[in-house]
Design a protein around this ligand. Structure first.
Ligand SMILES: Nc1ncnc2c1ncn2[C@@H]1O[C@H](COP(=O)(O)OP(=O)(O)OP(=O)(O)O)[C@@H](O)[C@H]1O
Length: 289
């Protein structure tokens, strides 16, 4: 399957934090969610994809082209949304857009107008007068108005009210109907992922935990709830993360078929939610791939 983004052996060190030889790809034609706890490295990875941060080692390819060499032509095809404000505060929405438009060879003023209207943004309002959610909407309108083949978005749903959040997710699902278009977005909200993501990339402490199809996680992971008597030293080691109370335990396994075989008759075996997979992995000193 074709990949629209390829990171190969990426390393980056910031003091005590490091991205450690990360290698993964983002599939063309799909929506991929990038998840991980605070400080896991999501924004750093996204900035690397946008050529805004350089890796110490390794290569970043977008559309099969090395980002460091083909930055301008790649960016022409990427719609980027970030939670940082890159606009000029003193300008109005329309004045700002007139500055941005010439940077994109496929800028479509009609589409831009459509989104500004749909997102209920007033073209004469100054950027500094926009609320956090309005700035995000403005950023989204720009990203969707220049025929981008790839949307890269850093927490695009943060700060959005639940109604617009849902509308945006529907809009992104529609956008992907064109099989040549791809979306990568980071989020802390697993409901976003449940609604629209096809693939999930999970990073923790600068390591890749997994890059998997969302549907296949249910075949891999299992949540076991049972009596503490089931736990001895060897059994404990099977769990990625374990939460124990006085009498019982809850633990996550990443080998469902073996786990079912062992625990089926003695404990409750469930399919974990994404949030549970994240919680137990982050809490439990998981082994990284
Ligand atoms: N320019 C920088 N200089 C020094 N350290 C940095 C810089 N940018 C990021 N870091 C560090 O890199 C680590 C990863 O940060 P990053 O912003 O990528 O995490 P994140 O997964 O996006 O977190 P969050 O969910 O909180 O937004 C953090 O420890 C952060 O302090």
């Amino acid at each position: 399957m074709k990949e629209v983004i390829q990171l190969d052996q990426i390393s980056k060190k910031y003091g005590h934090f490091s991205l450690c030889e990360l290698t993964f790809g983002i599939k063309e034609g799909y929506i991929t969610g990038l998840i991980g706890p605070n400080g896991a490295g999501k924004t750093t990875l996204i900035k690397m994809m946008m050529g805004m941060v350089f890796p110490d080692h390794g290569s970043v390819k977008i559309f099969d082209q090395e980002m460091s060499i083909h930055e301008a032509e790649n960016k022409d095809r990427i719609g980027y949304v970030s939670d940082e404000n890159y606009f000029y505060d003193q300008l109005t929405i329309d004045q700002m857009s007139k500055i941005i438009a010439p940077f994109y060879s496929r800028w479509d003023q009609e589409t831009y107008r459509k989104y500004i209207e749909m997102f209920k943004l007033s073209p004469r309002k100054k950027i500094k007068e926009l609320s956090k959610g309005m700035k995000m909407k403005y950023s989204l309108a720009i990203a969707l108005s220049h025929g981008a083949d790839l949307l890269i978005m850093d927490e695009p749903t943060a700060g959005l009210d639940p109604i617009f959040r849902r509308e945006l997710l529907d809009l992104l699902s529609e956008h992907i109907q064109d099989e040549k278009k791809s979306i990568l977005f980071s989020t802390h909200n697993t409901t976003d992922l449940d609604r629209i993501a096809d693939y999930i990339v999970f990073v923790n402490e600068g390591h890749l935990v997994f890059n998997e199809m969302k549907e296949s996680l249910a075949n891999k992971y299992m949540l076991v709830k049972g009596n503490k008597e089931l736990l001895d030293r060897d059994v404990r080691k099977w769990f990625i993360g374990l939460r124990e109370t006085e009498v019982g335990f809850e633990g996550l396994l990443n080998n469902r078929s073996e786990g079912e075989h062992f625990f089926r008759d003695h404990a409750i075996c469930e399919t974990p939610t994404l949030e549970e997979i994240m919680y137990f992995t982050v809490k439990g000193n998981a082994l990284y791939v």
